[in-house]
Design a protein around this ligand. Sequence first.
Ligand SMILES: Nc1ncnc2c1ncn2[C@@H]1O[C@H](COP(=O)(O)OP(=O)(O)OP(=O)(O)O)[C@@H](O)[C@H]1O
Ligand SMILES: [Mg+2]
Length: 294
Amino acid sequence: MPASDQVAHATPDPTSATPSATATPALELRDVTVRFGGVTALSAAGLRVAEHTVHGVIGPNGAGKTTLFNVACGFLRPDEGQVVRRGETLARLRPHRLASYGMSRTLQGLGLFDRLSVLDNVMVGADRHGRSGFLGTMLALPGATRDEDRLRERAMEALERLRIAEHARRYPPSLPYALRKRVALARALVAEPTLLLLDEPASGLSSEEMDELAALIGGLSGEMAVMLVEHHMDLVMKVCDRITVLDFGKVIADGSPAEVQQDPAVVAAYLGDDVADLDADTGPATDPATPTEA
Ligand SMILES: Nc1ncnc2c1ncn2[C@@H]1O[C@H](COP(=O)(O)OP(=O)(O)OP(=O)(O)O)[C@@H](O)[C@H]1O
Ligand SMILES: [Mg+2]
């Protein structure tokens, strides 16, 4: 980790009662405030993602979920507050340096390269494991062939894990949206992150595809912590160990799925939905049914 980013060390919260609450979290967002002109998108919002857990972030439209995600992966620098990774405050977090902190992310827009094969797209994600890196491989630098073989092997393993290995030689635009989402996830996983940030991974998926995604995400926590920003309540309730609920830029609840579902403030935030209805999909009307981005 670059020394310049280590500006402070977190101390465990002495007021926390349980050992798990005092353990150093995989990720802590502390008192994060983000303003866009006159709009306060986040107001002293915080959360702690424990190691080896799936942590959901939910909230009604405009609550600040994407803004919080963007702060967590360095797209946005908060006006106030800190991003703390395993006890170290990351003052200069940038999206392209996530891998050096053991972090990976997927984006709603997928961000796949149309002119690279599925396999090459995934190999880009494995970059930090090759000594000469993907660029070195492309430029045929010394040592690159051995690294390339290893990279390819690891990328194929990631594709097999997501059951899309047979599409390795195809190009993203020729694949259905759900498979492209899996390619993006394979690319995030191939770097072997210990913290995975997922932004609305279920958008545009059928309910069957969502079940498969739930099983996959649920299986990841043996290897890593996951922060899952998601509209689809049924997915979140199924896979998350803990959930933070945002409304108007503030954290209004934080707890287990059962605790959050019964929280009156959460029920009220979802415009008077019955508690039972929080199980249902409350995704936005703007969710792309047949998205066109790669
Ligand atoms: N770049 C921006 N410029 C101005 N306002 C912004 C910007 N990005 C977000 N906002 C505002 O900040 C607030 C939080 O937005 P954000 O996108 O984080 O919410 P969200 O919970 O992700 O919503 P959704 O469920 O609709 O995706 C909203 O009021 C939004 O209009
Ligand atoms: Mg959003």
